[in-house]
Design a binder for this molecule. Structure first.
Ligand code: ADP
Length: 256
């Protein structure tokens, strides 16, 4: 599923708008939270009023969480792309995923050795993959498997002398999957099927924006009860000459 140009510019417009609003909103929220905290101090002994103030504080914190997502979404801070070597990136990512997803999700990682480097913002790539993984977990309420498969893709560019290599990161789950109607809207800002307070509908549009800014592409494949697979493709930094060893599919790492 490739997004249309129109969709991409809508994404950009929403990003700019929300960024401006979120920034001012955040400043006002800190005044609200600060005053509520002070109020709490003077209400000791009055349990009923304390509970009310506490639930107001909780609501304000949820707003703050939403605005910080909006700010990240509008990405006022530019990306900091650096060379990324998957061999050193993956172990930390898996550990983080294990901690984030909990015991009911089995993580299966299949990483091709000798992958070419890519040039990408490390923290943002990690955030994007965590985003996909958390959605996968939400789609597997009874547990299941999250599989991450990273491999090199060599696509000879038509009419060009040089081949273009890329690295493909596939994140797949064995969850509920999506209907075609939902699938068509997943990258839309603010589109969510989650109940209020649980989803913002910004996760995948952030992932989409990040991948696009990194010169890559993202696609998704899903059908009801068949699970979902997201594929991020990032251009390789330097084109390496492929050897027969590189294409041997039998080499895996970290498979349970
Ligand atoms: P949020 O997670 O806040 O709802 P996202 O932009 O991350 O926002 O996702 C948008 C919607 O896409 C989700 O509400 C869900 O309906 C659907 N979705 C995303 N990932 C998956 C998945 N792995 N399996 C099933 N549905 C998904």
């Amino acid at each position: 599923l490739e997004l249309s140009l129109q969709h991409a510019s809508k994404l950009e417009a929403v990003g700019r708008l929300t960024g401006g609003i979120a920034h001012d909103f955040n400043n006002m929220l800190s005044i609200v939270i600060g005053n509520l905290d002070l109020m709490k101090g003077s209400l000791q002994g009055n349990e009923k009023a304390l509970r009310r103030v506490e639930s107001a504080i909780e609501g304000a914190h949820r707003c703050a969480e939403l605005t910080s997502r909006l700010l990240a979404f509008s990405r006022r801070s530019p990306l900091q792309p650096r060379e990324l070597d998957f061999t050193s990136f993956i172990p930390g990512l898996i550990k983080l995923l294990e901690r984030t997803l909990g015991e009911r999700i089995t993580i299966s990682a299949n990483v091709e050795p000798n992958l070419p480097e890519v040039c990408v913002d490390h923290a943002q790539l990690e955030a994007a993959l965590i985003n996909l993984a958390v959605n996968a977990r939400d789609a597997m309420p009874d547990g299941g498997t999250l599989s991450i498969c990273i491999q090199r893709r060599d696509a000879p560019a038509a009419g060009c002398v040089e081949d273009s290599s890329s690295v493909e990161i596939a994140v797949a789950d064995s969850g509920t999957g999506m209907s075609p109607a939902i699938l068509a809207r997943v990258f839309e800002p603010f589109f969510t099927t989650k109940e209020a307070g649980k989803g913002t509908g910004l996760g995948l549009s952030m992932v989409y924006g990040f991948v696009q800014q990194s010169g890559g592409t993202i696609s998704v494949d899903s059908s009801p009860d068949q699970g979902t697979r997201f594929i991020i493709t990032l251009p390789a930094l330097v084109s390496r000459t492929s050897t027969s060893q590189d294409i041997d599919p039998g080499m895996t790492a970290g498979t349970p």
